[in-house]
Design a protein around this ligand. Structure first.
Ligand SMILES: [Zn+2]
Length: 118
């Protein structure tokens, strides 16, 4: 049985949401057709893997600020990245993780690809 294209919604699709500019059509339930029609923010991955429309908290938050620190401990010396994220310019969380110099290089390559699109 088909499901509404919105992530996490198990309703049976009864309507078609048409994005004229992009020539996309999505099968959605009546509830989400109304929400989309009223201009609720939405996103869909363009790499073809997702196939689901993201809405509400499923939409990735925005990057607000980033910093890094050098820490020492039982694992020796490491570098930690601290990324502040939020919505509408308001910070509502911080993601912290350790990266090796090699991983930082991988990350830099990924970010350079995005920068190249700018
Ligand atoms: Zn739905």
């Amino acid at each position: 049985m088909a499901e509404c294209r919105v992530q996490g919604c198990t309703n049976t699709p009864t309507d078609v949401f048409v994005v004229e500019d992009l020539k996309f059509e999505y099968l959605v339930c009546a509830f989400h057709l109304q929400a989309l029609g009223e201009g609720e923010p939405w996103e869909e991955a363009t790499d073809g893997r997702s196939g689901k429309i993201l809405m509400g908290d499923d939409i990735a938050p925005d990057f607000i600020d980033g910093s890094w620190r050098t820490v020492v401990g039982s694992s020796g010396q490491r570098h930690t990245l601290h990324l502040k994220v939020g919505r509408d310019g308001v910070e509502d969380g911080e993601i912290t993780f350790a990266v090796s110099p090699e991983q930082a290089g991988q990350l830099a390559k990924v970010l350079q690809q995005i920068a190249g699109e700018g």
